[in-house]
Design a protein around this ligand. Structure first.
Ligand code: NAG
Ligand code: NAG
Length: 209
């Protein structure tokens, strides 16, 4: 008799808790604020999923074309570790990104600006490998590549991107500022000192730049 009563008591408890769950949802959906709350939850989940995708795709996010010009690129806002901004070693980063053919020690260093519409490079060094760090403006970067039909490959770097590129010895390179207002800034690290008295560089390699 008592066993029967306990069983029926347990059954009635189970039934009650099963009935509560759907009714809580129904009650929630009938509330006037349920739609904004659901929308907020949905937006939050969408934001989380977007963040996960961004983290997955940064840095480096190099494309097939970037590989043809020995280049990796980063979005400035993604590589800043804190609110001071970005900071990194381009030589280490080039090596870590699998870029070959660059300078791994800087025997000489060139730091420069290229104003809108201007260009630098368009030359070929026979005495050194070079590693570049490029940022500040929309840039056309060209590197000699014998496997391409035109003898070179080319990419565009966005004005909020930072690029590291390597130019091996005997390969021509060029940087063209295609930005309407901003200056390109760049560092070129060479693994030997330029000898101006020797014909170690070919100038004006491409006529179409
Ligand atoms: C350039 O890099 C190659 C290896 O990629 C190295 O053998 C060479 O000594 C470097 N420097 C010059 C000036 O060629
Ligand atoms: C530069 O090259 C010339 C000719 O090749 C050579 O005589 C001179 O010693 C070189 N200078 C340096 C600093 O390497």
């Amino acid at each position: 008799m008592s066993t029967q009563r306990r069983t029926s008591f347990i059954n009635s408890q189970t039934t009650t808790s099963q009935q509560i769950r759907p009714s809580v949802i129904t009650w929630f959906l009938q509330r006037p604020h349920s739609i904004p709350i659901l929308l907020a939850i949905f937006l939050f989940l969408a934001w989380i999923s977007l963040r996960v995708q961004l983290v997955y795709h940064t840095p480096p996010h190099s494309s097939h074309r970037d590989a043809l010009v020995n280049l990796v690129r980063f979005h400035a806002s993604h590589i800043a570790k804190d609110n001071r901004g970005w900071l990194f070693d381009p030589i280490v980063l080039a090596l870590d990104s699998g870029l070959s053919g660059g300078a791994v020690t800087c025997s000489s260093l060139h730091v420069g600006e290229i104003r809108p519409g201007k260009r630098r490079g368009n030359h070929r060094h026979h005495h050194c490998n070079e590693t570049f760090l490029i940022w500040g403006a929309a840039t056309r970067f060209r590197l000699e590549n014998s496997e391409q039909d035109d003898g070179y490959a080319e990419v565009t770097i966005g004005r909020d991107e930072i690029a590291v590129a390597t130019s091996p010895v005997d390969k021509a390179h060029a940087l063209v500022n295609i930005d309407s207002t901003r200056s390109i800034f760049f560092i070129g690290c060479q693994d030997s000192v330029m000898n101006n008295s020797a014909s170690s560089t070919d100038f004006n390699v491409w006529k179409d730049l």
